[in-house]
Design a protein around this ligand. Sequence first.
Ligand code: PGA
Length: 256
Amino acid sequence: MRRKFVAGNWKMNTTFQSAQALAREVASAVAASNPAVDVAVCPPAPFLWSVKQILAGSPVLLGGQNAYFEKSGAFTGETSLDMLLDVGCEWVILGHSERRQFFGDTDAIINKKVAAAIAQKLGIMFCVGEVLEDRQANRTEAVLTTQLEGGLAGFTSAQLSKLVIAYEPVWAIGTGVTASPEQAESAHAFIRDWMASRFDAKLAAELRIQYGGSVKPENAKEILSKPNVDGALVGGASLKSDQFMGIVNAAAELSR
Ligand code: PGA
């Protein structure tokens, strides 16, 4: 069975103090309930190191929200994958729709980032998802195909052993509108089938596909109980430890 994976994407939220408090709450709640799922938090880059200190000895994993593909050099404002590794990250989110929408991350750029993360042996949460217009025009699968083909071009299945795909319909992110469990399941099944035909059946069967987009404790169980939904990438609800833990616990209950 695929182990469920719940990750909190804090985005550009929290302060130095509140990030530490949130990390402390999540670490102690996870230690207390010892859920049979993987749990990660992805704080803003300046807080990664201090959060790592708080997570020391806890099973909660640390992820960066983005990274640049070059190793080092004159790239003002960017964070390299080496830097993420250096401060203790096990994971990195790549291709998030906010990166695509506001910061010009194209499929080709994301492909380079994925290649660099593979080279560094970091786990990758690779985000794909359609905007509302595409869904309404029945183009969801075409968009997913383009994003998957572009982002994963040139790799072998052996290189993708640490890949997780996050299906995040853009119209469901931060809007309070969640994809229905059926919509999520159908997109996830499509992604898994695509991975099986593009790579191989084993990789596709083992691949964890997270759903992201307004996941809350109230809707988590219904979405996470779908056969192809292997976890959640959580934005807004990851900023409150009780809400985040509600989602982690929903995943854990389904994993018993
Ligand atoms: P949300 O964000 O849970 O606030 O909708 C999800 C995401 O962007 O990963």
